[in-house]
Design a protein around this ligand. Structure first.
Ligand code: N01
Length: 539
């Protein structure tokens, strides 16, 4: 039998290629088209939406408020779109993204069901040669990675993950059709944001739900509710001021700046303040005092406040203790917002297995085996997270100047200039890349800021007849060092978190995001732009 020869590659020449049609990739396409650049977006999914296309698990919703987690670039869009709930569900966000794609005529620029496999820089021509799994190729001056910070789903590193005979799901790759758990014995492995959102929903249907927890997380009540039309109208009336406040804030969500240490107030005053922040939003508790994220004793007061709430909610004291985080400071793993998460453990058919006491040993054809026993189940749900921040970028064979690969360059962890560029990889841009505020912020604020920076920088270059923009090695070294110093001044490195790369065996342990605040970061970027982009070489 003859082996079919590979289909000859069709090479499409474009000004810019964008990888990923999520919130970042679509806005990048809009901006680049606005500059008159012929741009194509390549997207692995068979629809637009990125994170909100893939993460369809029951209970999936954003834990940043809908009126904050939305584009600000178009006042018309801002005014015409009506959100229905304080925290938008995945289907509602996906409808919004699809509306944006239609409203701004973006769909014809997106090639769906196609993954970029390699990108090689051709120094002689000053262009990227990009190949895809569909067998086609692109010749592009600019290459923008809008690949998402949390898009490479991972399963536990235990034997037998493929051996399970029942149904298997990963929260990050959920089926498009509704999954019915009625009457079934279900296992959920993982208690991060995804697990904490989906566990109460699955418990509503399942006959038995067993949750396998390695590390308990801090979670706060979402207090989700339908949006009051009058409140929405008022926000729309004052949107400009509000967006500005978000852009200059620490986390991309306006909160009143703290002025006091948690340790300089009385217990009663502190408790009252935490109580007032409880259930308001994701960042309120963390932002209540100036030192929560830098001083362990101050942090302990917030951590103990959450643990007390857990004890007040969960009736079995042993279960409450197992659910209480003690291994990491509050906020150093991403806190969660939930609806009835802790109360779910009061239900008779919901069981908690502490993997710290009895570690996960293997997945068997019948279920989950810990060091203690086997748990037979019908369905297995992996809520086990992602190879965050670098996973999607390093899945692509990126080769820059002189044959240098991004995988080699980042063997000891990611180094970047502003989370936007890497020296030796000209015209390669990352949207919310490692070393930028990205995952420590309202992603919409950070996405828009990065997309605008890239578009403005390209306009600046092209106006001057330059086609190549590349970070200098010095600027990259300096920025990476700054990210490290600022990160190490906080408690974040004390946690085994995906921020640190700790959830992926063998991944270098390095705090990958910039905790200097989105306001300070933006100011720095704006200042560089105003001064002709020092730290970037144009040719
Ligand atoms: O993933 P995670 P996620 N054996 O990495 C456990 C965003 N997000 O999908 O902590 C046993 O947080 C792991 O245990 P441990 C948000 O930024 C936002 O939940 O590593 N357990 C952990 O409990 C979030 O932070 C929203 O010890 C294993 C869990 O699996 C990020 O996405 C909603 C294991 C993974 O938790 C990721 O959240 C959802 C193993 N081998 C997600 N490997 C909202 O906006 C992993 N685990 C609401």
């Amino acid at each position: 039998m003859s082996v079919p020869s590979p289909r000859p590659a069709t090479v499409t020449t474009v000004d810019a290629l964008v990888v990923g049609a999520g919130l970042a990739g679509l806005y990048m396409l809009h901006r680049l088209r606005g500059l008159g650049l012929d741009t194509v977006v390549v997207e692995a999914g068979d629809g637009v939406g990125g994170t909100w296309y893939w993460n369809r698990y029951p209970g999936a919703r954003c834990d940043v408020e809908s009126l904050e987690y939305s584009y600000s670039f178009s006042t018309e869009l801002e005014q015409e779109w009506e959100w229905t709930e304080k925290y938008p569900t995945q289907p509602e966000i996906l409808r919004y993204v699809e509306h944006v794609a239609d409203r701004f005529g973006l769909r014809d620029g997106v090639r769906l069901s196609t993954s970029v496999t390699a990108a090689h820089w051709d120094d002689a021509r000053g262009r990227w040669h990009v190949t895809t799994d569909a067998g086609d190729a692109y010749d592009a001056e600019q290459l923008v990675m809008a690949t998402g910070c949390l898009s490479m789903a991972k399963t536990p590193e235990v034997p037998g993950t493929d051996s399970f005979a029942g149904r298997t799901f990963h929260t990050g790759h959920w089926p498009h059709e509704k999954v019915d758990f009625t009457g079934r014995r279900v296992a959920v492995i993982g208690t991060g944001s995804s697990g904490i959102q989906t566990i109460p929903m699955i418990a509503e249907e399942a006959a038995e739900l067993t949750v396998f927890q390695r590390t308990p997380n801090f979670s706060m009540p979402a207090s989700n509710r339908p949006l009051d039309p009058a409140d929405q109208a008022e926000r729309k009336r004052t949107y400009r001021e509000h967006r500005q406040a978000a852009r200059t804030s620490g986390f991309g969500v306006p909160v009143e700046a703290a002025t006091q240490s948690a340790l300089e107030v009385s217990d009663a005053e502190r408790d009252a303040r935490y109580e007032a922040a409880w259930g308001v939003n994701l960042v309120g508790l963390l932002s209540s005092y100036t030192d929560t994220i830098v001083d362990r004793a101050a942090n302990d007061t917030a951590a103990e406040f959450v643990r007390r709430k857990i004890r007040e909610t969960v009736t079995d004291p042993q279960v409450a203790e197992t659910l209480s985080p003690r291994d990491h400071p509050f906020g150093t793993k991403r806190p969660c917002l939930d609806t009835n998460y802790y109360a779910t453990y009061n239900r008779d058919h919901v069981h908690l297995v502490d993997l710290k006491a009895t570690p996960l040993a293997e997945i068997t054809p019948r279920g989950v085996r810990t060091s203690e026993r086997e748990y037979e189940v019908d369905d297995l749900v992996f809520a086990t997270g992602f190879d965050a921040m670098t996973g999607a970028l390093l899945a692509i064979d990126v080769v820059g100047r002189d044959g240098a690969t991004l995988r080699e360059r980042w063997a000891d962890g990611p180094t970047t200039n502003l989370g936007l560029q890497v020296a030796g990889f000209p015209n390669l841009w990352m949207i919310t890349g490692p070393g930028s505020p990205s995952v420590l912020s309202n992603m919409m604020v950070s996405i828009e800021q990065h997309v605008d920076f890239v578009a403005d920088c390209l306009a600046y270059a092209h106006d001057r007849g330059e086609t190549v923009v590349e970070s200098t090695p010095e600027a990259e070294t300096e920025w990476t060092e700054h990210v490290r110093v600022v990160g190490e001044a906080t408690l974040y490195p004390q946690a085994n978190s995906w921020y640190m790369g700790s959830n992926v065996p063998g991944k270098p342990r390095r705090f990958m995001a910039y905790i200097g605040g989105v306001g300070a970061y933006r100011e720095h970027c704006d200042d560089l732009a105003a001064r002709g982009y020092p730290g970037f070489a144009f040719s």
